[in-house]
Design a protein around this ligand. Structure first.
Ligand code: SAM
Length: 277
């Protein structure tokens, strides 16, 4: 009989958040597949759990998924963990879970810590409809493009963010989405945990560029008052003018500015046209 694949969330900061069921699942699994064996070994040591660890991370997911499926088919049970939080949520896991379903192997998700749910539930923003955008792109042009794509989604928007990009991402959120109500949760379940709420413009003044910790941004859905993508044209216009001033033709300036801002040329043309009316 085939084994079971268990998805086991681990603490995102506070070790007491490992549930008794998660602990028992790790204790009884034949194999624990984890992102970083040293990191997970420490967690297992803390709970006095002995287990065979197999590394399963973003660089070996496909190959390891096939190996783990063979173990599952031979009757072994596998517990999948990531470094923190719920596996497969902006973490390795999807190829293995998909392969398990394809192979007819039972997948059991043990509910537990995730920064996504923790932050949304603390945000005070609407939870009837949530869009999880994972990590925003690190390049400003691509980030703005992604935000434009999200601008009219009728749902609370959620993004994971790293400490060195949070200020820049908030500035882009303000420029592209308008001054919406938002929250930033940092260091969830840790000593310096806080959830800051306010308009994006207010949060920008609070978050300093060197802010430490891990962040989740939660942003209110578009409202009729909130400015959205179309209001982002000043950047485009300024950039086109600057490039023209450097001697570029209008056509080339539009092409270059569009590329820099992550816009299709036709969209840039349309935005400039709207702005010019
Ligand atoms: N799978 C994980 C989960 O379910 O929460 C997320 C993994 S993702 C690689 C890591 C990101 O999650 C961080 O960059 C941050 O945005 C968010 N995160 C993780 N732990 C957090 C914490 N304690 N406080 C705030 N955000 C956290």
């Amino acid at each position: 009989m085939a084994g079971v694949l268990y998805i086991v969330p681990t603490p995102i900061g506070n070790l007491s958040d490992l549930s008794p069921r998660a602990e028992e699942t790790l204790r009884s699994a034949d194999v624990v597949a984890c992102e970083d064996t040293r990191h997970t070994q420490k967690l297992l040591n803390h709970f006095g759990i002995k287990a065979e660890l197999v590394s399963y991370h973003e660089h070996n997911e496909q190959q390891r998924a096939a190996e783990l499926i063979r173990k599952l088919e031979s009757g072994l049970s596998v517990a999948l963990v990531s470094d923190a939080g719920t596996p497969a949520i902006s973490d390795p896991g999807v190829p293995l879970v998909r392969a398990a379903h394809e192979a007819g192997i039972q997948v059991i998700s043990v509910p537990g810590p995730s920064a996504l749910v923790a932050a949304v539930s603390a945000s005070g923003l609407g939870t009837d409809s949530i869009f999880f955008g994972g990590f925003l792109p690190s390049k400003p042009g691509q980030r703005r493009k992604r935000l434009r794509e999200c601008a009219e989604i009728p749902a609370t928007l959620v993004f994971y963010e790293s400490p060195h990009r949070v200020a820049a991402s908030l500035a882009d959120c303000l420029a592209v989405l308008g001054d919406r109500q938002a929250s930033i949760s940092r260091e969830l379940s840790k000593i310096h945990e806080e959830t800051l709420t306010g308009k994006i413009s207010q949060l920008i003044t609070i978050i300093d560029a060197k802010a430490k910790g891990e962040f989740v941004l939660v942003i209110d859905r578009a409202t009729s008052e909130a400015a959205i993508a179309e209001k982002d044209t000043p950047d485009l216009k300024e950039r086109v003018r600057a490039l023209e001033a450097e001697g570029m033709t209008s056509r080339d300036a539009l092409k270059k500015a569009a590329k820099e801002l992550g816009l299709a040329r036709s969209e840039a043309y349309r935005l400039l046209h709207i702005d010019g009316e």
